[in-house]
Design a protein around this ligand. Structure first.
Ligand code: COA
Length: 159
């Protein structure tokens, strides 16, 4: 059976922590979709179009990874596309606390058996978040090595 996996997030912007999870998940599954969540309540720093473009550029080396976006429930997106696996990254116990509740809720909403698989974030990136990267960058600090080079370039251009 072909295993199709989904890895979701706001990716505003995508960081090297996310990229590390994507690289590892792409090795584990036949096909990986990176799903950008569109939350009409949130005003992202990068527009959806910008995020799609930047992420596609970062991920062009991967043959089995594609980029999509969705609005609404993650479970509805999974049900409509038929993914077998949902991949989540865990940076520490704080993430675990939230993720366990989300996993239980999502499991009720999936219309077939879908495994949520947790990968531990590389310790080199376990302290970062997209918000922290944006804050440090906007105040003039270096975020080199924390985001892919093409994304750093876009952040510099937008500043
Ligand atoms: N490396 C570095 N940073 C990471 C990371 C990693 N491996 N994994 C997560 N992060 C960061 C993200 O950058 C993000 O930072 P920010 O808060 O500063 O933007 C933060 O951790 C939270 O990430 P995540 O848990 O992926 O949140 P999200 O907002 O990006 O996406 C969804 C959350 C999409 C999974 C969730 O909101 C969802 O499923 N929404 C759909 C609605 C729904 O179904 N709700 C019911 C759920 S039960």
């Amino acid at each position: 059976m072909k295993t199709t996996a989904l890895y979701t997030g706001s990716f505003d912007p995508l960081t090297n922590g996310h990229l590390n999870i994507i690289r590892r998940a792409a090795r584990l599954y036949d096909e990986l979709t990176v799903g950008i969540i569109v939350n009409p309540q949130k005003k992202p720093y990068f527009t959806l179009e910008e995020r799609r473009e930047m992420i596609s550029e970062t991920l062009k080396e991967f043959d089995n990874v594609k980029v999509e976006h969705f609005e609404g429930l993650l479970a509805d997106f999974v049900n409509s596309k038929g993914f077998n696996v949902v991949v989540r990254g865990l940076r520490g116990v704080g993430d675990f606390e939230n993720e366990i509740h989300m996993e239980h809720m999502n499991a009720r909403l999936f219309d077939k058996k879908v495994e949520t698989v947790f990968l531990m974030t590389d310790p080199a990136f376990s302290f970062i978040s997209s918000s922290m990267v944006k804050e440090v960058h906007s105040l003039g600090g270096s975020v080199e090595g924390l985001v892919p080079d093409n994304i750093l370039k876009r952040m510099d251009e937008k500043r």
